[in-house]
Design a protein around this ligand. Structure first.
Ligand code: KG4
Ligand code: ZN
Length: 368
């Protein structure tokens, strides 16, 4: 079994994947998976507190791996490799996962596979038998609380290229920040979407970001516009009665911003599949709009089950298994990499090889 670990933000996740099943059509790729969410821990602060997040990862990660083995009746000797997210993400959180993974891989003498979190999100749609996976070329919209990117993947041997990405806030952040302006509890995306269902999406005109730049999404101007509307409504004592109208207008503006850019690029690159992933994929309006867009463009629409859209370890394992099949020289091969040198040396963060900031334009090379 491949053991995969994800601790880049506020979810601790572990999974056990069967590498043989990944290559066959028999199913049963994910033997076990568990996610421990810290949402309750951070709720009082209205956002993720990095130090609290890292500390919580250290407490739950070890017991979660023990539980994974206990539940499946496997032992440490059954682990053939360890995959772990090395970035992007919160530094302290990444260090917890990578230190744990390196220690374990070193102790077991098995390969350690460092994984880019974004590539993990892209691999989430491959946690199914090969014949059911989305056909290449693929266009993937990744929308979460931390990322907004539209990516193009030519074939299974190639790494994705970015068609567009956010210049400021992520789409999920835009939902969360406007939800906060409306007085909804963090993370407000789902609550805002719920409220929007009873509102009028045409009630307020909102900017659509930097529409002229095909390579960018932008949501920050949009947040300022919502703040102004909310303040004006509050002054007029009309906020309570118009809250759902604001929510519906916000939801439509964010979804249209995402869809317009996706449509533009879908017309300009070869594609057979359109994929929606990331936590914002839970948004019904966005799912419907994406599936309609795919239909009108004549491509297949795919979205992983929600549990694999949000942060999880199974997707990290899926990407690790693809690293192996890609056999790209740019990536580490499946060699034992957790040597004592990873724990020595003057620059601890360098020797541990995490990459908290990892812009797509800097490429996918794994830190050594
Ligand atoms: O991928 P994810 O679980 O986490 C991180 O990025 O860490 O995505 C969470 C994001 C949050 O911003 C949340 O508000 C947003 O996804 N979200 C939604 C909905 N459900 C979750 N946004 C809009 N509508 C929803 N139904
Ligand atoms: Zn994520």
């Amino acid at each position: 079994m491949l053991l995969s670990i994800e601790t880049s933000c506020d979810e601790t996740a572990v999974a056990l994947l069967d590498p043989t099943s990944f290559e066959s059509d028999l199913g049963g790729i994910v033997r076990y998976e568990a996610i421990s969410s810290q949402a309750e821990l951070h709720r009082p602060y209205g956002g993720v507190v990095p130090e609290l997040a890292a500390r919580n990862h250290t407490e739950v990660l070890g017991p979660m791996v023990e539980e994974a083995l206990g539940q499946t009746g496997l032992s440490l000797a059954d682990i053939c490799a360890v995959a772990v997210t090395v970035g992007p993400g919160l530094k302290g959180c990444l260090l917890v996962g990578t230190t744990f993974a390196k220690s374990l891989a070193y102790r077991l003498g098995v390969p350690l596979i460092p994984v880019n979190h974004l590539l993990g999100h892209l691999a989430a749609c491959d946690l199914r038998p090969p014949s059911e996976r989305p056909a290449f070329p693929r266009v993937t919209l990744l929308v979460s609380g931390g990322h907004t990117a539209l990516l193009h993947t030519e074939n299974e041997r190639r790494l994705p290229t970015a068609l567009a990405q956010t210049r400021d806030d992520a789409a999920g952040e835009a939902f969360d920040k406007t939800a906060t302006l409306l007085g909804l509890p963090y993370p407000g995306g789902p609550a805002l979407s719920h409220l929007a269902a009873s509102g009028d999406p045409a009630a307020f005109e909102l900017p659509r970001g930097v529409a002229a730049d095909p390579a960018s999404f932008s949501f920050s101007g949009f947040k300022t516009a919502v703040r102004r509307i909310v303040e004006e409504l509050a002054t007029a004592h009309a906020l309570d009665t118009r809250r759902s109208d604001v929510a519906a207008s916000v939801e439509r503006a964010i979804v249209e911003t995402l869809i317009d850019k996706t449509r533009f690029h879908l017309q300009s690159v070869p594609a057979r599949s359109l994929i929606l992933t990331g936590g914002v994929a839970a948004n019904k309006l966005l799912r419907t709009a994406m599936s309609e867009l795919a239909r009108s463009a004549g491509v297949d629409f795919h979205t992983p089950p929600l549990v694999h859209c949000t942060d999880n370890a199974a997707m990290i394992g899926a990407e690790a298994l693809q690293i192996r099949s890609r056999k790209s020289a740019a990536f580490a091969s499946w060699e034992p990499r957790a040597t004592p040198t990873h724990f020595l040396g003057p620059d601890v963060s360098a020797t541990l090889g995490v990459r908290p900031r990892w812009p797509i334009e800097e490429g996918w090379n794994i830190p050594q």
